[in-house]
Design a protein around this ligand. Structure first.
Ligand code: FES
Ligand code: CO
Length: 328
């Protein structure tokens, strides 16, 4: 599967402590754990001895210990200790099934096809390196639908006046001005996306016309950037941004995090998170109601208008990429 060659977010950096953590990625059970240097690891959650779940074990002196017979594995997956045979030196074939793991954007990322790691970069979140923007993560949120349905919801402005009435939109102003969509090497970019928003963010005091750029930067990652208005350009023109990072757990279930890059350095984290939480809780029941849960890539399967051209472009991109997980 081409999806195995991409990096996927699997957990908050802060969630991965000194206990092994079991989770799922692309339908495969993984155990996440940290070695003595604090490096994250992601392995198949199955002991190569008798198939027990390694995530039920523990981390012992920087090695992962299986819960069943206590075999220990070092950071490379090599078995270093078989308690039933204390003198036994395990050969190089006694290894756990390892994957590539790294930390970025406050999350642990995993690539299941380690030989692809040199080829595929992490999704780019440009605001990350902007020191004038503070970064705060929200989530995880478990959502009973495919990752592509969630990306499409994020790209969609025509639902604001209904799902987010009084917040990101209002029923009295639902028309979508024409916008531009272009393909990029890693997805697509939609520009000049304008909305009349009663409460576009946690600090809004009055309705305002807001302009956004939406980008898909990997099959299951999207970024929205607020285009500064003239007044805020004068005030250094911060380009506040939100990344949507999704872990495709199974074809029809997903785990979601948002990473906010905000100019506000004074509000507590919870204030920024609460706003995003409110918005996403409005989206979630509608997202989970959509059928089929997998995104149809045949454009004839659902109806489209010009207001949906970002989503149509996203479906074409997934098809070109030969994405099969979470689509139909
Ligand atoms: Fe893991 Fe035996 S099943 S040590
Ligand atoms: Co929404």
């Amino acid at each position: 599967m081409i999806e195995h060659t991409f990096w996927h977010p699997v957990a908050l950096v802060s969630e991965l402590t000194d206990q092994p953590l079991g989770m799922e990625l692309l339908g495969e059970a993984l155990v996440l754990w940290r070695d003595a240097e604090g490096q994250p690891h992601a392995w198949a959650d199955r002991c190569p001895h008798r198939g027990a779940q390694l995530s039920l074990g523990r981390v012992c002196n920087g090695h992962l210990e299986c819960p069943y017979h206590g075999w220990q594995f070092d950071a490379h997956g090599q078995c270093t200790h078989v308690p039933a045979l204390p003198g036994f030196k395990a050969p190089a074939t006694h290894v756990a099934h390892t994957h590539a793991a790294q930390e970025a954007y406050g999350l642990v990322w995993v690539c299941l096809q380690a030989d692809a790691v040199d080829g595929v970069a992490l999704p780019v979140f440009a605001a990350e390196t902007d020191a004038q923007l503070r970064k705060v993560n929200c989530g995880p949120y478990d959502v009973a639908t495919s990752a592509p349905r969630i990306i499409e919801n994020f790209l969609d402005m025509a639902h604001f006046g209904f799902v987010h009435d009084g917040w990101l939109g209002m029923r009295e102003a639902t028309a979508i001005d024409d916008y531009t969509v272009e393909p990029t090497p890693t997805g697509l970019r939609a520009t000049q996306c304008k909305a009349w928003q009663p409460q576009s963010n946690v600090h809004s005091t009055a309705p305002a016309q807001v302009e956004y750029t939406y980008e898909v930067v990997a099959p299951y990652t999207a970024v929205l950037t607020k285009v500064p208005d003239a007044a805020s350009v004068a005030l250094q023109g911060f380009r506040e941004s939100i990344a949507l990072f999704i872990c495709p757990l199974t074809p029809e279930s997903s785990r979601v995090w948002f990473r906010l890059a905000m100019a506000d350095f004074t509000s507590p984290d919870t204030k920024l998170q609460d706003f995003q939480h409110t918005i996403f809780m409005q989206d979630k029941p509608v997202l989970e109601s959509q059928t089929p849960k997998r995104l149809p890539l045949d454009l004839r399967a659902e109806l489209h208008t010009a207001a949906d051209k970002a989503s149509s472009a996203y479906r074409r991109y997934l098809k070109q990429q030969n994405i099969t997980f979470g689509v139909c």
